[in-house]
Ligand binder design. Structure first.
Ligand code: PLP
Length: 397
């Protein structure tokens, strides 16, 4: 059959990272590549028990179609969960999604036309770049420093766009323990960014999968909270804080924006499964979420420590890295002359893998960068793997 595919499907190319990650299956390779949670944290017993309870008591609801915006007990549970992190949110401000990747897809449908300018961090989350690229958005990258997005550079870019008669549809940021860099936006920057967004009438998309995974006990106010819920759309997920297998996420926004998101979601998948929503609503109601998060933090904090120590111990002095205070990733910058894509096979020969940094840059820069994940490997693997990585880098240096 001679299929005539859509322009969108013809534009989609295989992800460089997926190709690279195939190598991580080579026996003996220690991988810092994926973004997987540590599976030993998955609360199998509680989920097994609650699943049986839900089927017994609410089976008729659990196996039925549900409201597009989400099951009322889940909306209530999420509003309570967010309040416990200082983010005042009502059920009317929430739409459940099939994890935050669907939230991002819906944002593409909601805001983007061909050539529409948007602002994002350099580097930023690869999955978001894929969505925005598919929508043919005009992505403008703003560099990060240790305090988050460089707001002087942002203002310059906004002024430049204004001169061209253009206004970005949104500014996409990941303020807490960013993927891929591990950087957290400072409070001063958050306040300033919210002000810029309000003054110029540009919405903020706040992607927030890692917010609850703080190693210091401190969580800075979200952009959602700082803006009083006006002009900010927040995307949340349980993929990193609990587990990704149920594909459970939610979008938080002004009710009139939620209304539009709900209409769009109807055309995408009608609703997120009631079954999994009722299970997780019960999980939160039974107070299990805090317990799980405490376990995750207790698991990841020493792994972060182990990775920082190993980098200090083994890496040549020309190599720099971020020092995340939460989340799952840290970011490594090699001397400019090196390209992490070219070094990748040398690393595989040394039985270690990472993901290259370029695909996280909407402008295709960042060839000398890489992302390392510390949530999945064990502490022993982290030490051995970083030593191997340092050996590979020394070899090419
Ligand atoms: C910043 C960010 N947004 C969104 C996602 C998508 O996650 P999920 O669809 O599993 O919720 C990820 C996953 O790594 C992420 O890091």
């Amino acid at each position: 059959m001679d299929y005539t595919f859509s322009n969108v499907s013809n534009r989609i190319v295989r992800s460089e990272i997926r190709e690279i990650l195939k190598w991580t299956r080579k026996p003996g390779v220690i991988s810092f590549g994926g973004g997987l949670p540590d599976a030993s944290l998955f609360p199998l017993e509680d989920i097994t028990r609650i699943t049986a309870e839900v089927l017994e008591k609410k089976g008729y609801l659990a196996l039925q179609y549900g409201p597009t915006e989400g099951e009322p007990p889940m909306l209530e549970a999420l509003s309570a969960h967010m309040k416990s992190y200082g983010d005042d949110t009502t059920p009317e401000q929430i739409c459940i999604t099939s994890s935050s990747q669907q939230g991002l897809d819906l944002m593409g449908l909601l805001f983007l036309d061909e050539g529409a300018p948007i602002i994002m961090e350099l580097p930023s989350y690869l999955g978001a770049i894929q969505v925005f690229r598919r929508c043919l958005a005009d992505m403008r990258g703003i560099p990060l420093d240790d305090e988050g997005m460089d707001l002087n550079a942002l203002v310059k870019e906004l002024d430049k766009l204004a001169k061209e008669g253009k206004k970005p549809r949104f500014i996409y940021v990941i303020p807490d323990f960013q993927n891929p860099s591990g950087i957290t936006m400072s409070l001063a920057r958050r306040k300033e960014l919210v002000k810029i967004s309000a003054d110029r009438g540009i919405p903020l998309l706040e992607d927030s999968p890692y917010r609850e995974l703080s190693f210091t006990g401190e969580t800075l106010p979200s952009l959602w909270t700082l803006s009083g819920g006006k002009g900010v759309i927040m995307m949340k997920t349980f993929s990193k804080t609990l587990f990704p297998g149920m594909r459970m996420g939610w979008v938080v926004a002004d009710p009139f924006v939620i209304d539009k998101v709900v209409m769009l979601k109807q055309s995408v998948d009608l609703c997120t499964p009631s079954f999994t929503q009722l299970i997780l609503a019960e999980y939160i109601k039974q107070g299990k979420m805090k317990e799980t998060l405490n376990k995750a933090i207790a698991c990841y904090k020493p792994k972060r420590e182990a990775m920082l120590n190993a980098l200090e111990k083994y890496m040549p002095k020309e190599v720099k890295w971020s020092k995340p205070s939460g989340g799952m990733f840290l970011w490594v910058v090699l001397p400019e002359k090196l390209d992490t894509k070219e070094i990748f096979m040398t690393a595989i020969e040394h039985n270690v893998a990472y993901v290259t940094g370029r695909p996280f840059h909407c402008d295709n820069s960042g060839g000398n960068t890489m992302r390392l994940n510390y949530s999945f490997p064990s502490i022993e693997q982290i030490d051995t793997g970083i030593q191997r990585l340092a050996d590979a880098i020394k070899e090419v240096l």
